[in-house]
Unconditional design. Structure first.
Lengths: 124, 101
């Protein structure tokens, strides 16, 4: 085993430890967005890990294609889940205010003056 | 010579990825954690792939690694921005120090 393979193995172990540390954020993240953020990070690290394993086993021509596919599918999944969570939250707000969220914000002067700031009563 | 530069870049990328993990676990707020995600993780993965491509030399696999670099350079900040916009619309307040209102 030459020097390069040893250093690639060290980087592999470091990335796996990094992913294990970020599982803690998935476990006790206060919001769903924290969990999604850490999950996307683990997905990005997995791309690098796949290519490193391909360098170790001398099959880089196959593993690079797997890495490209994994990157694209991971990005599409992140986009879909983020959009799904946003739409679900907006639907719930509209249902709570009886379908007239804009009207209520205009009626109360505090909300009209501070409409840039996010709402406090939302689900965390 | 190129291989030594590749190994150095690989370890530089590992450093930034470890910094990202520390930031994601220890920073106090969702938006500050996104700060660690959007910049540091992108730079770490980018440096690592650049080192691997330099080590491997000119081939089709290196070209595909450069394609992965290009994709991550666009996709990672876009995903971070989508997450932050979703969280802001859902009403998560940014973190503030005590006494700063």
């Amino acid at each position: 085993m030459d020097f390069f393979e040893t250093s690639v193995l060290i980087v592999c172990v470091g990335i796996i430890l990094t992913m294990a540390v970020m599982v803690e954020r998935i476990w006790k993240g206060p919001t769903a967005y924290d969990r999604l953020n850490a999950l996307a990070l683990i997905g990005t690290d997995t791309i690098l890990l796949v290519v490193l394993i391909g360098m170790i086993t001398n099959q880089i021509d196959h593993y690079v294609d797997i890495a490209i596919t994994y990157a694209m599918i991971g990005f599409i999944g992140l986009a879909l889940i983020a959009k799904y969570i946003t739409d679900r939250q907006i639907d719930r707000d509209l249902a709570n205010t009886g379908g007239s969220a804009e009207k209520q914000e205009i009626e109360s002067p505090i909300a009209a003056s501070a409409d840039v700031r996010p709402r406090k009563e939302a689900d965390r | 010579m190129n291989q030594w530069i590749g190994i150095i870049l690989l370890f530089g990328g590992l450093f930034f990825i470890v910094v990202t993990a520390i930031g994601v676990v220890r920073l106090p707020d969702f938006y500050t954690r996104l700060h660690a995600t959007g910049k540091s993780e992108t730079l770490g993965v980018l440096l690592s792939f650049l080192g691997l491509a330099l080590y491997h030399g000119v081939s089709l696999a290196s070209f595909k690694m450069l394609l992965i670099i290009l994709f991550i350079l666009f996709a990672n900040p876009i995903g971070t921005h989508m997450l932050s916009r979703a969280a802001f619309r859902a009403g998560i307040e940014p973190w503030k120090k005590e006494g700063h209102r």
